[in-house]
Write a protein that binds this ligand. Structure first.
Ligand code: DGY
Length: 418
């Protein structure tokens, strides 16, 4: 059974391969997405290491001169997607038409995993990518940190588009003048599984604002209508810096600047600890308030190698709260919605990163448990984009690249594990 699923997962990656890059899923997401691609590369590395390197090389081929690696690369036009390249208006900013924002910096961590599978095969390719990764992380440090925590300036930047952590910040935006537009996502997927119209108006309003400011980092930073210090971006960049420093050192390069960034982010991560609950959450920087939500991103602390007994208690509660943890929002929250994207569903990629962290910190039992439930979830309910945390009902896009990748690299009983 699991061997058959391995074959199916490989065929999903091959089927979503558009030549040098992989789309997350046909129809709904027809381009190259940044963190999706990093997971795709991890999946490819289990059966085609050359293709794994190619995936991340194509991703970095879209890097802007300022170091930013965009969240979407529009390699070929596709009218089935909105907002496309002309809405973003960033065609002239980098070598490939792209969006104007970035996404969680998962790539360095996955590149380390690919390289460690076969160091000899990857050495030259790693040497080429090192300065590019470093430039990207530096861009994050220069332009997206406040008190050491990484700040989301558009909900799509953290990947968790409609999570509850953004609610108070989204409510402070009045999307005046956004105009008429036609969404494409709800033509591919049931609207009850997608962000609301109120969310979308604000997403597009923020894109229009970025375009007006020509995506200029300094101009955009002057006054941010949406700014949330976020555990996803902060923990993932901190982990990525640690992996990048390790690879740089192994290649004989100086790691001290990168270590300095990790130190700054450690301080920033500390600011995300909610003083009332002791849980890592987000901070709406326009109001200064912690968001108070327990999300799957809270549990990325171990991925960043930050340990915490309070978080382990919370993890035990999360395990006990539903059949297929980790929900993207705790089930006891009044805002929980088990099928709506980042407002409740379980995401296999988040589980993989959480388990990676648990393994690194020596919590083998929890890591094994998470792997087992995620493996069951995918085996029983397919390679969907996300799943209801209690029923396992598949939701969002089907035949999804990163779910297949995470299966191959980690959740399958035949996988090496995280
Ligand atoms: C979308 O279009 O829904 C994406 O999440 C943007 O990255």
């Amino acid at each position: 059974m699991s061997a058959e699923l391995d074959v199916k997962a490989q065929s999903i990656l091959r089927g979503n391969d558009r030549g040098g890059y992989t789309v997350p899923t046909a129809g709904l997401y027809p381009y190259q997405w940044n963190w999706d691609s990093a997971f795709a590369a991890w999946g490819f590395s289990t059966f085609d290491i050359d293709r794994a390197w190619e995936e991340v090389e194509t991703l970095f081929s879209g890097q802007w001169p300022n170091g930013m690696v965009p969240h979407i690369l529009f390699h070929k036009d596709d009218p089935g997607y909105f907002p496309g390249p002309n809405v973003w208006g960033a065609e002239h900013k980098g070598p490939i038409p792209s969006s104007g924002i970035s996404q969680p910096a998962v790539a360095a961590t996955m590149i380390r995993k690919i390289w460690e599978r076969d160091r000899a095969a990857g050495e030259t390719r790693l040497l080429e990518l090192l300065p590019k990764m470093k430039a990207w992380h530096k861009w994050y440090m220069d332009w997206r940190t406040v008190d050491g925590a990484v700040v989301v300036t558009h909900p799509w930047e953290a990947g968790r588009d409609n999570c509850a952590d953004w609610d108070s910040a989204m409510a402070m935006i009045d999307p005046q003048g956004v105009g008429d537009y036609t969404r494409r996502d709800t033509g591919h997927v049931d609207p009850s599984m997608r962000p609301t119209k109120a969310d979308y108006d604000r997403y597009i309003w923020l894109v229009q604002r970025g375009k007006r400011l020509d995506w200029d980092d300094a101009a955009m930073a002057e006054d941010r209508p949406f700014a949330v210090a976020d555990p996803t971006l902060t923990f993932i960049l901190l982990r990525a810096n640690r992996d990048l420093a390790h690879m740089a050192e192994a290649m004989g390069e100086d790691r001290s600047e990168i270590d300095g960034w990790s130190k700054a982010l450690e301080g920033g991560a500390e600011t995300l600890r909610n003083p009332d609950s002791g849980i890592f959450d987000a901070i709406n920087l326009r109001s200064g308030e912690h968001t108070g939500h327990v999300t799957s991103a809270s549990f990325l602390c171990w991925y960043a190698r930050l340990d915490d007994p309070r978080m382990r208690e919370e993890l035990a509660e999360s395990f006990a709260s539903c059949r297929y943890p980790i929900p993207s929002l705790e089930l006891s929250s009044p805002d929980f919605d088990g099928m709506r994207y980042w407002r409740g569903p379980t995401w296999a990629i988040m589980n993989a990163m959480i388990a990676m962290g648990l393994t690194d910190m020596g919590y083998a039992d929890e890591a094994a448990k998470l792997r087992e439930v995620t493996g069951d979830l995918i085996a029983e309910h397919g390679f969907a984009e996300y799943f209801h945390p209690d029923t396992g009902q598949p939701a969002g896009g089907g035949t999804f690249t990163w779910t297949a990748a995470v299966w191959l690299a980690w959740a399958s009983p035949n996988a090496e594990g995280a």
